[in-house]
Design a protein around this ligand. Structure first.
Ligand SMILES: [Ca+2]
Length: 403
């Protein structure tokens, strides 16, 4: 594919010098626009490894994020109804014992004892509750093969589709008041609120139809790899349903126990869910509550208003390899540190610092720089591919909305 490496390198090097120069001398930085596509991003060129390092340059200064007062929250005129779980009795029901699979598990008995001692649950009621829960093999199989295990070239087409982009535009238009109110109140780019709900559930199409109690119980006691995590989430789920006065058998979610349009796990639901429509209940199956809750989640994890999320990167030589990490890492590289390893953004990139991301795309290796906001999105789902899908969907929706 590279018929003339010499001339390609020369052009690439010239372009790179121009980009670096633009990046480090700009005092005002233009909008990122729609630079998220990977087309034209060059792969690493192993021939160019002995160029001298550059002197560190200062980062583009970014003004501190202004505090914004909470605007009065306007209610949209009317909303269509998505299926919303009914509130049930706050008390756990006394259920007939059915010889439930899990009652024989010592780990479940230890768990019930802890729920009684630490949180004051009635052990008898919990015995009755768990007697109704059966192990679900499908849940274990799905947890063993998460979508994030796919390479980017297979992962991207799941989420970046015309149908999802159009649905995102329709969702944004339908809930424009809530999206704008949440964006303003929490200082979040509205396109990313819309995109996360799109990637998570296709705007409510796929909120999941597994019993959350069954999913969490199965993974807590029959998925040793993440048993500690899911036992904590099961604990959180019982606390959550008690607080929200919902029967634990009532809620349905993903195979991993994630709930609502934003797919919050129980601990996140308790900590970050918002009653954004102010009807007295935090209901993540309600689009307005989901919009406010996603925005709150991003804000609480450090979203930086006015910063870009990600930008394609030029890479030369071999030095970039030491900057890569399989898992998401908190950005800690300045543009000057990147330039020393011959890495530079294709476009101006508004971010205090960056991490280098390598994705295996349809056309080969794709290099990207992710800023703090890219990392914040990975706090939602600990995957660079996930955050990139959110970024590209957000950019595609925004482009078609003309915003
Ligand atoms: Ca509500």
């Amino acid at each position: 594919m590279q018929a003339s490496k010499g001339s390609a390198y020369l052009i690439g090097a010239l372009g790179w010098v121009m980009v670096l120069s633009a990046c480090t001398t700009a005092t005002t930085i233009p909008e990122a626009g729609t630079s998220s596509h990977a087309k034209g991003v060059p792969a690493a060129d192993p021939l160019v490894s002995s160029l001298p390092p550059r002197l560190p340059r200062p980062l583009v200064p970014i003004p501190a994020r202004p505090k914004q007062p909470n605007p009065p929250y306007p209610r949209p005129p009317s909303l269509p109804s998505l299926p919303i779980p009914e509130p049930l009795q706050p008390q756990l029901p006394v259920l007939p014992v059915q010889g439930g699979h899990y009652l024989s598990y010592p780990a479940l008995q230890t768990f019930i004892g802890r729920m009684q001692q630490v949180h004051g649950f009635d052990a008898g009621q919990l015995q009755s509750l768990f007697a109704t829960v059966q192990r679900n093999e499908e849940i274990i199989a799905k947890a063993s093969k998460p979508a994030e295990a796919k390479p980017w070239l297979q992962y991207r087409p799941i989420f970046i589709t015309e149908d999802r982009i159009q649905s995102g535009m329709a969702f944004w238009q339908q809930y424009a008041n809530s999206v704008e109110a949440a964006a303003q109140q929490y200082g979040i780019d509205p396109a990313y609120i819309v995109a996360i709900i799109g990637v998570e559930t296709f705007y409510g199409r796929n909120t999941g139809n597994y019993s959350v109690l069954q999913a969490l119980t199965t993974l807590a006691f029959d998925f040793p790899k993440r048993a500690d995590f899911y036992q904590k989430e099961l604990e959180q789920y019982l606390l959550l349903t008690r607080e929200e006065q919902v029967q634990p058998l009532a809620w349905q979610g993903s195979y991993a126990g994630a709930m609502g349009l934003g797919q919050f796990i129980s601990s996140s639901y308790r900590q970050y869910a918002q009653d954004f429509d102010q009807d007295g209940r935090r209901n993540l199956w309600d689009p307005e509550d989901a919009i406010g809750s996603v925005a709150n989640y991003l804000a609480r994890h450090g979203w930086q208003a006015g910063e870009d999320v990600a930008v394609p990167a030029y890479v030369s030589g071999q030095g970039y390899a030491r900057l890569l990490s399989e898992k998401p890492v908190k950005p800690n590289l300045s543009l000057s540190a990147l330039s020393i390893q011959w890495v530079a953004p294709v476009n101006n990139f508004r971010a205090r610092q960056a991490s280098l991301i390598l994705l295996d795309g349809a056309a080969g290796s794709e290099f990207w720089l992710g800023g703090d906001n890219f990392y914040v999105i990975t706090r939602y789902n600990h995957s660079n591919k996930y955050a990139m899908a959110v970024h590209q969907l957000a950019q595609a929706i925004r482009q078609q909305m003309g915003r």
